[in-house]
Design a protein around this ligand. Structure first.
Ligand SMILES: N[C@@H]1[C@@H](O)[C@H](O)[C@@H](COP(=O)(O)O)O[C@@H]1O
Length: 249
């Protein structure tokens, strides 16, 4: 695991965007795995800025998103499809038919999971996966206890995750109870992973990720066994880590 510690959210977002832009320029047909949540918004803003100023093209890029709520219409501002269109796709030259998000409103969500996993395989898998992390170590919507070998599946969201995400909904009761997420096994198949972590709220998660054991009770811990992971973390999130521990990585 490569660890890059940066000053703050802005610096994390710039460093992440620079890495993604480099990869897209090197391989214009790259398949990106994308995440939602508050963490990658600044990164997406930087990608848009670079596209407008420097013309980096996404014309042949494909994207697969990690997850989507079940039961929320695509046009609902809380759907992850809406998020992706609003914060990235509508502002770059990507062909929307090359952007894939699990269909949370599919008539048969179980079949949708199989279809999504297959579609990812057919397209050759993810080259670079962007990840955020939940305070309980969830990646995508893989909550603690999820099998490390899981494929795309339906999850029941932990109450803590629903509470964390309730800031985007009028009331906590409006936060969906289920979602479709790529599995941990699916995520681990990506050639390369970029994990972004910012803010004081994530301090415990960073500590457990870097110093704890690899165990299904903390899903992100498996990333320690992936051969090509870069973690960009800001000072606020890394405050509980002793500097000498960084050297071990
Ligand atoms: N499904 C998403 C995850 O993909 C995201 O990484 C995480 C952290 O969110 P945030 O970046 O807002 O802290 O929570 C959500 O539940």
């Amino acid at each position: 695991m490569k660890l890059k510690v940066v000053e703050d959210y802005q610096a994390m977002s710039r460093a992440a965007a620079d890495l993604i832009i480099d990869k897209v320029r090197m391989n214009p047909e790259i398949t990106l795995g994308l995440a939602t949540g508050g963490t990658p918004k600044g990164t997406y803003q930087n990608l848009i800025k670079d596209h407008q100023l420097n013309g980096t093209s996404y014309g042949s890029v494909k994207t697969f998103n990690l997850d989507e709520y079940i039961g929320i219409p695509i046009r609902d501002p809380n759907s992850y499809r809406y998020y992706m269109n609003t914060y990235l796709f509508d502002h770059i030259d990507i062909d929307k038919s090359n952007t894939f998000v699990p269909r949370g409103n599919a008539e048969n969500p179980t079949e949708e999971c199989v279809r999504y996993e297959n579609s990812l395989l057919v397209h050759g898998g993810v080259d670079l996966q962007i990840l955020g992390i939940g305070r309980n170590g969830h990646i995508g919507f893989n909550e603690p206890g999820t099998s490390f070998s899981s494929k795309t599946h339906i999850v029941s969201l932990a109450q803590t995750t629903r509470e964390a995400n309730s800031r985007y909904f009028p009331r906590i009761e409006d936060v969906p109870k289920q979602a479709i997420t790529m599995g941990i096994g699916t995520i681990m198949k990506s050639n390369e992973i970029l994990l972004l972590i910012s803010g004081e709220r994530k301090q415990e998660a960073v500590k457990r990720l870097l110093t704890g054991e690899v165990h299904e009770s903390f899903p992100a811990s498996i990333l320690n066994q992936h051969p090509n992971v870069t973690v960009i973390v800001d000072h606020a999130a890394s405050a509980l880590i002793e500097p000498h521990l960084f050297l071990k990585l």
